[in-house]
Each structure stands twice: as C-alpha cells, then as structure tokens.
Write a protein that binds this ligand. Structure first.
Ligand code: CP
Length: 356
C-alpha cells in the first residue's frame, strides 16, 4: 500500500531520503528556480501545540515555493474548542488544502489524521512519539556541517524518554553505516525499549551513560535536548530532572575540535548562551537548514507522483492500547489497529507501543 503521508522519516527509503537532502541543497543554491514550483497550492498548518520553528518554517517553505497557507496555531481559535474531533477537522481541511502539516500532543495523532485525509499529512510532532521533519532538519545539517552521514559517534543528551526528535533521529541515523550512539540521560529519562530494539535490529553499537562530561571527548556530534516540562505528570517530577545536564564552555573544551552541537530548540538552560559563540554550535544554522528541507519535502510530495511510501497494512484487534498518551485514548471512535513487531509483540499502529 503506497501513501504520501510522512508519519516518521523511516517511511522514506534511503534513496528517497537522499533525494530530499540533495533537493534541499539544490534549492539552497538556486532558490529562484523554485519560487513558482507550488503556485496555486495551499498548505494547511494545524498546530494543536505551540511551535515557532516547525510551524513558521513550513509556512515560509510554502510561501517561498509560490504557494499559500491556511491553518491555526491555537486549536481554541478553531471549532476544536467546540468539541470537534480530529477526524472531522482533518476531513474538512483536506477538502480545502493540498497538503497538511500537523502538530498534536497525542502520540499516533498524525497516523490517525492520515487515515481521514485525502491529501498528504506531514507529522510536525505527535506527542513524545516522532518528529520527522526535525530529523530531516538534523540530517541536512549533518550532511552540510560534517560532510557525511556515516562513521559518526553521536551523543544524545537530556530527555531521551519523551524526546520525539531523539527517537526519529536515532532510527534514521541507524540506517547509515558505522554510526554509534551514546545515550546520555538520567535513569528516569532513558530511551524507550522500542528505540533500543530498533538499534539492535539495525546492528548498531550503543551505550547508555549518565555523565555528559565523561562522554563528550569521544563524540563527533552532540545532540542536546530540553527537559520538556509539558511531558511530566507533575511539577515535582519535572523539578527532579531539570538542570542536570548543562553544556557549557568548560565541557566544550573537552570535545573534539570538529564536533558539532545540534539542538532542535527551543533551549531553556541546557546550553549556556556562551556556547553560542563557539563555531561548533550549529543549532541556529540547523533551523535554517530545516526550512530548505521542508521546501524539498513539500515540492516532492506535490510534484513527484512516485514520491510515495509503503505502510504496514493495519490489522484490527480487540485489545486497546494502554499508552495513556495514545490518540486512541481521547479519540474513542478510532478502531484499535495493530501490527506484529519483529519479536512477535502486538504493536499499536498509531503510537508504536506494545499492546500485548
Ligand atoms: N524544533 C522544534 O520543533 O521547534 P518548535 O517547537 O519551535 O517547532
């Protein structure tokens, strides 16, 4: 079954991903050649959660391609505030727009939206699950700033449990040869099991460590993340985790001369502002690369009929997903869909958590 929705970057084959990266680099060099590429087309940005970079770079990308945008950045200003469900909102908007970029707090929401949309849906972040266009941003940044996507020791630091950008990046970079992963977090915020399983399946070396200072000297890439207050059940749990990992100039002095520092942003206090002046700090450039990546993605989804992806054929199950953040817990009309994981577990087709 071929579809045009981007739920995770893993939906793209390696050659499709390389096509997006090379097109983004071509657009960067020759933007004027693409300024009418999407004339007459409309992008809807449906942001049920706050965003600066993802929302605005999608909008800018479409405008720079000659298209126009509609949408909301606060669902309370739409009929969601009157109780309209995701199915109805997506059904309506896909009748207005040619392509939809969506962010939503529930895991699996982008998958659910794609089931009711007649136009491509791009996941702009679904809870703590995936954030594929951030990963696209990250790989374009690495391609340009490191000159390669292979043979890298990649440190990921902070909230590895809820960090959707981390999950998507690990899965994507695990497909490129000889990449190793150093997972730096507290015990409470360690990476979910299904991401470790995907690393094992890809045959990647990885280790879990608790000290950024000890890990930093071996890294080619350091991917810092924010401790996300909005993902904790209580303020106390958040307070226990915040401020544990801080990248400062003293730690940068221990790092390789050509290490690059990435961060999906927004930053709170996990990177000292003094690090911004270090040439290895690439996180502001990263946000600009992301706009070109989104231009390439929109261009290919709207103009290249062969740019489509294989998905699991979902099976119905009587068991409901027990992940309290899964979209099926709030959108009750959704049928329970699953697929079998490699280890024989039944996996929720929306949020990828093990059902049984
Ligand atoms: N990186 C990222 O997703 O930023 P926003 O939350 O501002 O979109």
């Amino acid at each position: 079954m071929k579809e045009k929705h981007i739920i995770d970057l893993e939906n793209l084959s390696r050659s499709q991903l390389e096509k997006v990266i090379s097109l983004s680099e071509e657009i960067m060099k020759n933007p004027e050649e693409y300024q009418h590429a999407c004339d007459g087309k409309i992008l809807a940005t449906l942001f049920y959660e706050p965003s600066t970079r993802t929302q605005m770079s999608f909008q800018t990308a479409m405008i720079r391609l000659g298209g126009q945008t509609i949408g909301f950045d606060n669902p309370m200003n739409s009929s969601v505030s009157k109780g309209e469900n995701l199915k109805d909102t997506i059904t309506i908007v896909s009748g207005y727009a040619d392509i939809i970029a969506m962010r939503h707090p529930a895991e699996g929401s982008a998958k659910a939206a794609s089931m009711f949309s007649t136009v491509p849906v791009i996941n702009g972040g679904d809870g703590g699950h995936f954030h594929p266009t951030q990963t696209l941003t990250d790989v374009i940044t690495l391609s340009n700033e490191k000159g390669r996507l292979t043979d890298l020791t990649i440190g990921l630091c902070g909230d590895l449990l809820n960090g959707r950008t981390v999950h998507s990046l690990i899965k994507t970079m695990s497909h490129f040869e000889n990449n190793k992963f150093v997972l730096i977090s507290t015990k409470a915020l360690t990476i979910p099991q299904y991401i470790k399983d995907s690393l094992k399946k890809a045959g990647c070396e990885y280790k879990e460590v608790r000290s950024l200072k000890e890990a930093i000297p071996e890294l080619d890439v350091l991917y810092m993340t924010r401790i996300q207050q909005e993902r904790f059940a209580t303020q106390k749990e958040y307070e226990e985790q915040k401020g544990i990992f801080v990248l400062d100039t003293a730690k940068m002095a221990l790092a390789k001369k050509d290490m690059v520092v990435l961060h999906p942003l927004p930053r709170v206090d996990e990177i000292d502002v003094k690090v911004d002046d270090d040439p290895r700090a690439c996180y502001f450039k990263q946000a600009v690369y992301g706009m070109y990546g989104r231009m390439a993605l929109i261009y290919l989804l709207l103009n290249d009929k062969d740019f489509a992806f294989d998905y699991y054929k979902p099976q119905l199950t009587n068991s409901r997903c027990r992940n309290r953040n899964c979209i099926t817990t709030t959108e009750n009309y959704l049928k329970s869909h699953c697929h079998y994981g490699n280890d024989g577990h039944l996996i929720c087709n929306y949020c990828d958590h093990i059902i049984e």
